[in-house]
Design a protein around this ligand. Structure first.
Ligand code: PLP
Length: 356
């Protein structure tokens, strides 16, 4: 038996998540992973690196709870939002028996984490208006343990409709957990569903420092939920999931100055995003190449070009790496552009304005 054949059948069959880093690409302007263009400065105290870190560093938990407007018992910190997603699946889904529900097109890790753990997937695709099909989801509630929604949705940018979410939460009571992934919520903070956590124990939120906080490199994310859910996740999480340097940097990112820096970054990105959207729609040399600019709620814009492959190739040749979604159902000719800094956005516009 070969070494590969020794692996779990599920793993042998698995296609790993095609992260921006794995896909790679040659270029000097990286606008393919919804990262921030800058990261900020942090101090590190290395005097206690000989000690294992706290499983849930209190300075990080308390600071995030204060920032998110919840109690510390409602917060779990993990290696990125991705680990929060995986922990939920490992905690609530029996391999080979249980299923999660996703609404494609959406963030790919829900499906990958389920597959890796031998958990089934029910896909209830987004409706034509790109909202979750709440009636369709409610019909499936007895078949699934977790419902994953993403708001703003990656890659389409749409926010989950609050009335629909409330209807789903009422229907899900004592049947399934509803996970709302708010990885990009800092770009539209008024749309958070955190206010519902107190009344809906079946609601879970995923958050991250990777986007608005500019800290994708430290791998730090949060799960917000009622203390019973958090307690169950803490049974499954690794003993030391948050390295000491990560905890130190996260605590600084969440102090008053860190939050101010984050909010400045968000304001700048939102301004650059509005300018890009306007140019795509109105610039005489560009607008004929653009069929549709999707909802602008994250640190990215999904754009349907005419045709997408052409734009993608021109950008690649110029060293600008974007993310191609053309192969995803309903997203033909769609490319996602991360909002970088102003020079990077100028470079994108310049390529679009060039004679073809
Ligand atoms: C919707 C969504 N959720 C979660 C994540 C994962 O974030 P993290 O870097 O915290 O693992 C991402 C990353 O791109 C994302 O787009």
């Amino acid at each position: 038996m070969s070494i590969t054949q020794l692996a779990r059948a599920q793993v042998q069959a698995l296609t790993p998540y095609q992260s921006a880093r794995r896909i790679g690409g040659q270029g000097h302007i990286w606008l393919n992973a919804n990262e921030a263009a800058d990261s900020g400065e942090y101090r590190l105290d290395c005097s206690r690196l000989n000690r294992y870190p706290e499983c849930q560093p209190p300075q990080v938990i308390n600071a995030y709870a204060a920032y998110a407007g919840v109690s510390p018992e409602q917060v779990l910190v993990s290696r990125g939002g991705d680990e929060g997603i995986e922990l939920l699946i490992r905690t609530f889904c029996e391999p080979g028996r249980d299923k999660i529900l996703i609404c494609t097109p959406t963030y790919g890790m829900y499906a990958i984490s389920a597959e890796t753990n031998g958990v089934g997937i029910v896909d209830v695709p987004l409706r034509a208006d790109r909202q979750p099909d709440f009636d369709g989801i409610i019909k499936q509630l007895d078949q699934v343990k977790l419902v994953f929604l993403c708001s703003p949705n990656n890659p389409t940018g749409d926010l989950v409709d609050s009335a629909g979410l409330l209807r789903l939460l009422d229907a899900a009571k004592d049947r399934a957990l509803v996970v709302v992934d708010e990885a990009y919520i800092e770009f539209c903070p008024e749309s958070t569903q955190a206010g519902l956590l107190a009344d809906y124990p079946q609601l879970v939120l995923i958050r991250t420092l990777s986007k608005a906080f500019g800290l994708a490199g430290i791998r730090c994310g949060f799960t917000l939920a009622n203390p019973e859910v958090i307690g169950l996740l803490l049974k499954v999480i690794a003993p030391y999931p948050v390295p000491e340097p990560v905890a130190q940097i996260a605590a600084q990112a969440l102090n008053e100055a860190g939050l101010a820096t984050m909010r400045e970054r968000v304001a700048e990105i939102n301004t650059l995003k509005a300018t890009l959207a306007e140019q795509l729609r109105q610039n005489a040399q560009i607008k004929d190449q653009v069929k549709e600019v999707f909802a602008p709620n994250g640190n990215y814009l999904l754009v349907r070009f005419a045709p997408g492959s052409h734009v993608f190739a021109r950008m690649s040749q110029a060293g600008i790496i974007l993310r191609d979604f053309a192969s995803k159902p309903g997203l033909s000719d769609c490319i996602r552009i991360t909002i970088g800094n102003s020079a990077e956005m100028d470079a994108v516009l310049q390529i679009l304005q060039q004679e073809q």
